[in-house]
Design a binder for this molecule. Structure first.
Ligand code: ADP
Ligand code: ADP
Ligand code: MG
Length: 649
């Protein structure tokens, strides 16, 4: 049995592996780069070894350094996670040469599956169906064009060394082939240092269904059923589920057998995934799936399989690596209920799903989900690595229950400090076709406009933001204070992009506020569980973050609090009297009576809503009177400083 395990990875997968290893009584060693010195996986592990610079090549991809770290700390085994060194057969060999155990398949199995063309030939020979296509060594452009014509358009050009959707081009007609080929080759050369491609028939209305397999060192191999990963954007998985919608016992058996045959044919050991492309045009058929590739590692979406089988795949990996036989036979592996996983990223969806960075000023997950994450509130999403924040995984006795939980869990997930794809994931989780199980890899692309549409906030959301902006989320004392010195009616201004919202607010008593939002009258009541807005529970909690109010309701609805002084009027409207724009405490008074001031000069600083607001002179003049002292508590519209025109003195 392995007693000490080094995890050669970072982020959520490192944390997830550490969690199981710890539960098995193992000691854990984390490795980290400069950028990750304070990361969660470092904190969770028993020991941590610094690898080097933030760039992956200087740290997580530096196999020699990783092996040295294992030897230094006395770890007996290395778990590679996914990505980085996980599918690098040379690394596996080096690990074994150093006398360590690699938690994964033998180098030979990785090599055989490493290139898509060789893997496909191998699979055909093993009797696993493969997509009709050309996998030859001849890479002459004319030859490739001939093969494409023979296969029949549309075709897919794929980098043989490809992964993550890179170096892949769909070609609809012969006239587009040459350009598509050149760009796929260039991308493949850049990403993998290998420009070779294969060509295969493009399956229309395809589904991506993959089978989780497991092998041990005693010649056993089983499958743990399928996952459907058809919800993809640009060949990247977005939401995965298990089992596949519409799966029948007959097709499941056929796919499972094919996957196990694939694993056996290469002497597979440990966890692996056999990916199939499936023709989803009219239902699943035992002859309607084809081998696409095998991922010789733990997969990002493995938790959905864990949810429906109750098996901890990392535990199995460690046990198999320790030499134990597979804990269950094929017949013993249970399949129950349904599970989904949504990949939550820091990304700017409206800007075209651009990866984003930022400090996670606020982070809360839903109790309805298993949230696999490698970050905490306060952590930085750095530009160095994948901007994944978490995987949100839900399960249920049926598909519709698990899916309802996914929508709700996403709705309850609160991320502040960076843009995220939560709204997109949530819209997707409510997509009618997806709900019916009508999934194919083109679903997201077809309905993208609807899925990324900027919604407008409901009046309840605006009301919730206004209550927070007015400082009414504080403790009861603050609330009573507010109601005592607050003028009976006031206005809260909020801005969201180009839209301005003006909310009229009237405090009735210590627990009741009447709001008027865009002509709608909303009596609000404060409960210990949150606000009751009109007849409804509050749409979600609100937080003050960085000069904005964010209501977390399905997505983060951010409203800027316009600096009341920017509106230009407030200091002059009251006849040269500078008023408090909102309730707060006067932190500083910067002028004295008799002092001449110019337009824009700061007169006083008001602290309100946990922020300081400078109060500036709206025009030049002389301070006639200072009406407050530093430290004074003031209400909105309280007069603070009186100015007179310069020539009046
Ligand atoms: P998985 O199902 O494990 O996510 P993918 O095919 O989506 O498989 O990704 C394959 C590998 O490529 C994973 O190890 C993942 O870390 C990495 N990967 C996924 N997306 C990207 C990307 N956009 N850029 C770089 N690497 C990626
Ligand atoms: P990668 O290694 O980049 O993940 P894959 O070969 O696994 O590449 O394919 C990625 C995705 O591309 C699949 O999940 C599927 O959506 C799509 N795809 C792959 N092959 C085909 C095909 N022959 N026809 C239609 N779509 C395909
Ligand atoms: Mg793939």
């Amino acid at each position: 049995m392995i007693r000490k395990l080094l995890i050669a990875n970072r982020g959520e997968i490192a944390c997830r592996i550490i969690r199981t290893a710890r539960g098995m009584g193992l000691s854990t060693v984390a490795v980290y780069s400069d950028a990750d010195s304070g990361a969660l996986h470092v904190e969770m592990a028993d020991e941590a070894v610094h690898l080097g610079g933030s760039a992956p090549a200087e740290s997580y991809l530096d196999g020699a350094r990783v092996i040295a770290a294992a030897l230094e700390t006395g770890a007996e085994a290395v778990h590679p996670g996914y990505g980085f060194l996980s599918e690098n057969p040379d690394f596996v060999q080096d690990v074994e040469t150093a006398g360590l155990i690699f938690v994964g398949p033998p180098a030979s199995a990785i090599r055989q599956m490493g290139l898509k063309d060789a893997a496909k030939d191998l699979m055909s020979k093993a009797g696993v169906p493969v997509v009709p296509g050309y996998h030859g060594a001849d890479q002459d452009a004319d030859r490739l064009a001939e093969e494409a014509a023979r296969i029949g358009y549309p075709v897919l050009v794929k980098a043989v060394a490809g992964g993550g959707g890179k170096g892949m081009r769909l070609v609809e007609r012969a006239g587009e082939f040459a350009d598509a080929l050149a760009s796929a080759q260039a991308e493949a050369q850049g990403a993998f240092g290998n420009p070779s491609v294969l060509i295969e028939k493009y399956i229309e209305q395809p589904r991506h269904i993959e089978v989780q397999v497991f092998g041990d060192r005693h010649g056993n191999a089983v499958h743990l059923f399928e996952r459907d990963c058809s919800l993809q954007r640009r060949h990247q998985k977005v939401i995965e589920e298990a089992p596949a919608p519409g799966m029948t016992a007959q097709v499941r058996a056929a796919m499972g057998e094919a996957a196990v045959r694939a694993a056996r044919s290469i002497g597979y050991v440990g966890a692996g995934t056999v990916e199939f492309i499936v023709d989803g045009a009219d239902g699943l058929r035992p002859d309607g799936f084809w081998f696409m590739e095998m991922n010789t590692r733990l997969q990002v979406e493995h938790p959905v399989t864990e949810a429906v089988t109750g098996i901890d795949l990392v535990e199995w990996q460690v046990r198999v690596a320790s030499g134990e036989p597979l804990p269950m036979s094929q017949e013993e592996i249970p399949l129950q209920g349904h599970a989904f996983e949504a990949r939550l990223y820091a990304e700017d969806v409206p800007a075209g799903f651009l990866p984003a960075t930022g400090r996670l000023e606020h982070l809360r997950f839903s109790d309805l989900a298993r949230n696999d994450s490698g970050v905490r509130e306060g952590d930085e999403i750095s530009p160095w690595y994948d901007p994944m924040i978490a995987k949100v995984i839900t399960q249920g006795p049926s598909r519709s229950v698990a899916l309802a939980r996914l929508s709700r869990a996403l709705e309850q997930t609160e991320v502040g400090g960076t843009v995220t794809n939560i709204a997109f994931l949530e819209a997707l989780s409510r997509h009618a076709g997806f709900a019916r199980g009508d999934v194919d890899t083109g679903l997201i692309g077809r309905d993208l406009a609807d899925l990324v549409r900027e919604d407008t906030p409901s009046v309840e959301i605006v009301a919730r933001a206004a209550l927070a902006a007015a400082g009414l989320d504080g403790d009861r004392d603050a609330f009573f204070g507010f109601s005592l010195w607050q003028p009976p009616s006031r206005r809260v201004e909020l801005r969201r992009g180009e839209e301005a919202y003006s909310v009229v607010m009237e405090v009735v008593d210590g627990a009741r506020v009447d709001l008027r939002v865009e002509g709608v009258h909303l009596p609000c009541r404060r409960r210990s569980s949150g606000w009751l807005i009109g007849e409804r529970r509050e749409p979600g909690p609100a937080r003050l973050l960085d000069g904005a109010v964010v209501v977390f309701a399905g997505q983060p609805w951010a409203f800027d609090l316009p600096d009341p002084l920017e509106r230009g009027g407030s200091a002059t409207q009251a006849g040269n009297v500078v008023e408090a724009p909102m309730p707060g405490v006067v932190r500083r008074v910067l002028v004295q009576a008799g002092q001449a001031v110019a337009e824009g000069d700061r007169l006083a600083v008001l602290e309100a809503m946990k922020m300081e607001h400078g109060l500036a002179a709206a025009r030049s003049g002389v301070v006639a009177e200072v009406l407050v002292a530093e430290g004074a508590q003031v209400a909105a519209h309280d007069p603070l400083i009186r100015l007179v025109p310069e020539d009046a003195e």
